[in-house]
Design a protein around this ligand. Structure first.
Ligand code: F6P
Length: 192
């Protein structure tokens, strides 16, 4: 592909309360990002007709609502499954599952939540998405932090083991343009 556009969903109610996972709605600020996104995308992609890929979770679908393009939701784009820790804050996880909390800190890439997934698991389930992406043009992906880190690492040629620490802030559109000599990157942050 010539370029790929990536964004996390707008701020969710869970982002506000510090809870992980879940299927929360976007917050008021998240709504503001959703409303601004078409304009930011236009700045970056001009008149290109994009196709939007979201996860099946409400926050990515709500974030894409105002984009005037065809949309497709993929289960494979859902956030890393945090199993028994879903809907907890990091402080609650540390309190209830101290050994797990430490194990994740020691090896974040391989650590698999009880009843959930690791980053390594996410990389594997993203394979069909990456394959489809490689043979598509003009795709904008609206997804989640962990998933976006893995897609980003893939296109930037970064070792997947480093994906858990990639910087992908909220309310930022990332444009990646794979080239023979490496992937070019531009970021547009929505000031909201
Ligand atoms: O907090 C938002 C979130 O997308 C959670 O749903 C998810 O568990 C987490 O980020 C992933 O980030 P990390 O791997 O750094 O915990």
């Amino acid at each position: 592909p010539r370029s790929i556009w990536l964004s996390r969903h707008g701020e969710s109610e869970y982002n506000l309360s510090g809870k992980i996972g879940g299927d929360a709605n976007i917050s008021e600020r998240g709504q503001m990002y959703a409303k601004k996104l078409p304009e930011i995308v236009k700045q970056s992609a001009g008149d290109l007709e994009l196709t939007v890929w979201t996860s099946t979770l409400k926050r990515t679908i709500q974030t894409s609502k105002y984009l005037p393009f065809e949309k497709l939701s993929w289960k494979a784009l859902d956030e890393l499954d945090s199993g028994v820790c879903d809907s907890l804050t990091y402080a609650e996880i540390e309190e209830r599952y101290p050994a797990d909390f430490k194990a994740r800190d020691d090896d974040k890439y391989n650590y698999r939540y009880l009843g959930g997934e690791s980053y390594r698991d996410v990389v594997i389930r993203l394979e069909p998405i990456i394959m489809e992406l490689e043979r598509s043009e003009n795709i904008l992906i609206v997804t989640h932090q962990a998933v976006l880190r893995c897609i980003y690492a893939y296109f930037m040629g970064v070792d997947q083991a480093k994906s858990p620490w990639m910087e992908v802030p909220l309310h930022t559109l990332i444009k990646l343009s794979p080239r023979a000599y490496g992937t070019q990157e531009e970021r547009y942050s929505a000031k909201i």
